[in-house]
Ligand binder design. Structure first.
Ligand code: DOR
Ligand code: ZN
Length: 429
């Protein structure tokens, strides 16, 4: 199958391109558009006038819940949600049951994804066995089974020496260590960000320092080991400042932010809606301002959803007992594009954060429109207005705090390896 994606505004940050151009796709790859024979009947023309055409978006932080918690999500439905949401590749976190701490579980995920996923699925292996923080997992086996990173996400690695060993070991394979930074002595029992609103709403708070302390520790360990540290879902101003200084020092440190931490503040928790409960928690405005500044100056490398689907029963309950997590794959692009339309975020930076930046951290192909690269493409209509409606989600997780919100700027086409995976928010199987 051949496609000519015509007259779109092609934004390819890795090649410093932002121009009206055509993109030609042949045999699953980006091809040279100078040599196209448009009279060839086999070439399907897609008119992208007025749309943005970008390399396929990559979400490096997703919970697919399979194996073990398929009632929340599975690899197939998660991949459908990804395609509908404009993503062509996702990384899945290892906090499944069983945990992805050995090559057998990692191979199972790869195989399931090969058979039934609509987008590329890259497994992340656990740093420690059972995510228990006591013993390193079989990292060599995880790498040979196709894991592109290691993480105990959902849990911090409590013991500094264990984190040190994880960084040392991962370094031998040039793997990034994705760190969930949380000092549990401080965060334990907390339900939301500690600040004025936790006081007003009468809910136990999680101080920003619970994150920043661990970010500081892990940066010290990256300095000690030379291992590649990537901070997951950064949410606090102090954490961002620590990453900024680590980068100035030249340390191998990167980080990601979620759309919800950029777009929503702790004030909305006054609704006591379980769908606003997430870890790390939605923070106060001073933290959001720091995150936005760090997106703009490049301190924050990527945007990742931390897509955390949950069953309705663990969300539609008292705030105290609700699970932490937000179903993010089907709103992430629109939430960010809406912020672009409101001049809070800059378009080319956002696209870089969804494409070449995660590809570079994970050392995976993609995120760029080079001739011969896989034809993974995300097309966006920056003017399209739609209201988020969780009943239309492909994800089994309907736990979105954005439900009912009108957003401007949505993905309209997702192409994976030269095949259309979704169009206008609907998957194509
Ligand atoms: O809110 C969250 N949900 N934060 C995490 O770190 C884990 C995730 C989950 O797995 O549900
Ligand atoms: Zn996570």
């Amino acid at each position: 199958m051949k496609f000519l994606i015509k007259n779109g505004r092609v934004i390819d940050p890795a090649n410093k391109v932002d121009d009206i151009r055509n993109i030609f796709v042949a045999d699953g790859l980006i091809a040279d558009s100078d040599n196209i024979d448009t009279s060839d009947k086999g070439v399907e023309i897609i008119d992208a006038s007025g749309f943005i055409v970008a390399p396929g978006f990559i979400d490096m932080h997703v919970h697919l819940r399979e194996p073990g918690q398929e009632y929340k999500e599975d690899i197939t439905t998660g991949s459908w949600a990804a395609a509908a949401g404009g993503f062509t590749a996702i990384c899945c976190m290892p906090n499944t049951d069983p945990v992805v701490d050995n090559h057998v579980v990692a191979s199972f995920i790869k195989e399931r994804a090969r058979k039934s996923a609509l987008v590329k699925v890259w497994p992340v292996g656990a740093i420690t066995k059972q995510l228990a923080g006591e013993e390193l997992s079989e990292i060599a086996g995880l790498v040979s089974a196709g894991c592109v990173a290691v993480s105990d996400d959902g849990n911090p690695v409590k013991k500094a020496n264990m984190m040190r060993n994880g960084l040392e070991y991962a370094k031998m394979f040039d793997l990034p260590v994705l760190s969930h930074c949380e000092e549990e002595d401080l965060s334990s029992g907390g339900l939301m960000h500690e600040g004025l609103y936790s006081f007003i709403y009468g809910l136990k708070g999680i101080p920003a320092a619970a994150e920043a302390i661990m970010v500081g520790r892990d940066i010290s360990l990256a300095r000690l080991t030379g291992g590649r540290l990537h901070i997951c879902h950064i949410s606090a101003a102090e954490s961002v400042e620590l990453v900024r200084r680590a980068k100035e020092e030249g340390l191998p440190v990167t980080c990601e932010v979620t759309p919800h931490h950029l777009a929503l503040s702790d004030k909305i928790i006054g609704s006591y809606n379980g769908n606003t409960k997430v870890n790390p928690p939605l923070r106060g405005q001073e933290h959001i301002d720091a995150l936005i500044a760090a997106v703009s100056d490049g301190t924050i490398d990527c945007i990742a959803t931390d897509h955390a689907p949950h069953h309705i029963e663990s969300k539609d309950c008292e705030f105290q007992t609700a699970s932490f997590g937000i179903s993010g794959l089907e709103t992430a692009v629109a939430v960010c594009m809406d912020m672009v339309n409101r001049n809070i975020l800059e378009l080319n930076r956002v696209i870089e954060m969804f494409t070449s930046k995660p590809a570079g951290i994970l050392r995976i192909k993609g995120g760029v429109f080079d001739i011969g690269a896989p034809a993974d493409i995300t097309v966006i209509d920056l003017k399209l207005k739609k209201t988020v409606d969780v009943s239309t989600f492909y994800s089994k997780g309907k736990n979105s705090p954005f439900h009912g919100q009108e957003l401007t700027g949505w993905p309209v086409l997702t192409m994976v390896d030269g095949k259309i995976a979704a169009q206008n928010g609907k998957i194509i199987i």
